[in-house]
Design a protein around this ligand. Structure first.
Ligand code: FES
Ligand SMILES: [Fe+2]
Length: 435
């Protein structure tokens, strides 16, 4: 990758190719519970823009440039009252659409409030998530039909990571690391025969099928199981920053993870999953003899009102993400880091704020990463140079055809045929809701 390409793929500010690409899509911005009607306004950093978010008296959500259009005092300081946010400097008030609705510092006959608008973005709310559209279309596109986001009672948790969005996302489409970083100290004899992680530790060097898909890119990591069938771990990249990870049971669970760039050096993870089984096996299951595979719950720092004050973990670079050298030496945890999420956090944050791709030596197990980078760059270029709308913007149903997880399938069947057969039998998550 040239330096120019590196910049083009990593940076997301206004006017950058990747920033333009992301602004074509609805972005998850917060959970519904983060904003209460007439409650405190919230600083919100999205794609390098400093925004303020608030919920008005009627429950509508406003997201706008935090600078007041009068003389740029921060509306974060504002009074959220009676259907709008009022700047504390001279009292101008704005509704959730950004329209100025009161200009009390100006004599009535000189009032020009109808001509003043804050730079507000369109918002939507669905199943516990607040979405923002930062693009330029007059009519915003439909919300994406990503399976895990379509049901009202999906499980949602968030985590901020201090690095570029792309290297964080790439951790999710790099299945080869699971047998080391997460499961390097676990052997097949530790797990029940039908444990979904068992094939991973039976053969830590799988082969891959990688393909472009309507929604982005897809891969299946395959290795022969000891019962003669083929073990598949299937995962997806969905435009512009979503992943579906393979460490769930394909037939019974939907997962989607959004890596939403706050700026070029901070990213917010939205982990959304639901289904008819008991959850992510990595989190919820134990070894045969009842030992938990990981230390699972994330310990969060107290929330602050800072631009980066939400969903930070207490384990971070300042304390080596909880590194326990004794546990590393004794192979209690291969990584020495007990918490599953911190294992991922440590490796991607330790790469530096933005990975220098020139120093990398990609290998065959990085095929999915390479193809996804190429697809992102090509799509961003097609938009910038020829105005080509990126995948799923106009037809959001392409996302519903993407599902991830692990399964065993007859060894002779090829990757995409096996995928389609498994998908036809899977319990789809919103359908599971309505019966
Ligand atoms: S700066 Fe906001 S009302 Fe004057
Ligand atoms: Fe991981």
């Amino acid at each position: 990758m040239t330096t120019q390409e590196q910049d083009n793929i990593a940076r997301v500010g206004p006017g950058t190719p990747m920033g333009q690409l992301m602004r074509e899509y609805w972005l998850p911005a917060a959970t519904s519970s983060e904003l209460a009607a007439d409650g405190d306004p919230m600083r919100l950093m999205l794609l390098g823009e400093r925004l303020v978010a608030f919920r008005d008296t009627l429950g509508r959500v406003g997201v706008m440039d935090h600078r007041c259009p009068h003389r740029c005092a921060s509306l974060f300081l504002g009074r959220n009252e009676q259907g709008g946010i009022r700047c504390i400097y001279h009292g101008w008030k704005f509704d959730t659409s950004g329209q100025c609705v009161d200009m009390p510092s100006v004599p009535a006959h000189l009032d020009f409030k109808h001509k003043v608008r804050a730079r507000a973005y369109r918002t939507a709310e669905r199943n516990g998530i607040i979405w923002v559209y930062m693009g330029e279309r007059t009519v915003a596109p439909p919300l994406p039909e990503i399976e895990a986001t379509l049901a009202p009672n999906s499980d949602i948790w968030m985590l901020q990571r201090e690095c570029n969005w792309l290297q964080a996302l790439e951790g999710d489409i790099d299945t080869a690391h699971v047998g080391f970083l997460h499961a390097g100290s676990i052997g097949p004899e530790d797990l029940d025969d039908n444990h979904p992680m068992r094939p991973t530790v039976l053969n830590r060097a799988p082969e891959y099928c990688v393909a472009d898909a309507d929604w982005g890119t897809t891969y299946g990591a395959y290795r022969r199981n000891d019962d003669g069938r083929m073990s598949w771990r299937v995962a997806n990249f969905l435009f512009p920053f979503w992943s579906q990870t393979p460490n769930v049971r394909f037939a019974s669970r939907a997962i989607a993870r959004a890596w939403v760039p706050m700026d070029d050096e901070h990213v917010m993870l939205f982990n959304i999953s639901g289904g008819i089984d008991e959850g992510n096996p990595a989190y919820t299951t134990t070894t045969k003899d009842g030992r938990p595979l990981f230390d699972a719950p994330i310990k969060y720092l107290p929330r602050t009102t800072d631009w980066f004050g939400r969903w930070r973990s207490a384990e971070n670079a300042s304390n080596d993400w909880g590194m326990d050298r004794e546990a590393q030496r004794n192979n209690v945890y291969y990584s020495g880091i007990p918490n599953l999420s911190m294992q991922d956090q440590s490796v991607t944050e330790s790469m530096g704020k933005i990975t220098d791709h020139e120093l990398e030596h990609l290998c065959p197990s990085d095929l999915m990463i390479a193809r996804t980078r190429r697809r992102l760059l090509a799509t961003a270029r097609a938009l910038r140079d020829n105005g080509v709308a990126p995948p799923g913007v106009d037809d959001p149903s392409v996302f519903f055809r993407a599902r991830s997880g692990c399964y065993l399938h007859a060894a002779a069947t090829d990757f995409l045929d096996a995928y389609r057969e498994q998908l036809a039998q899977a319990a789809r998550w919103p359908a599971a809701q309505t019966g």
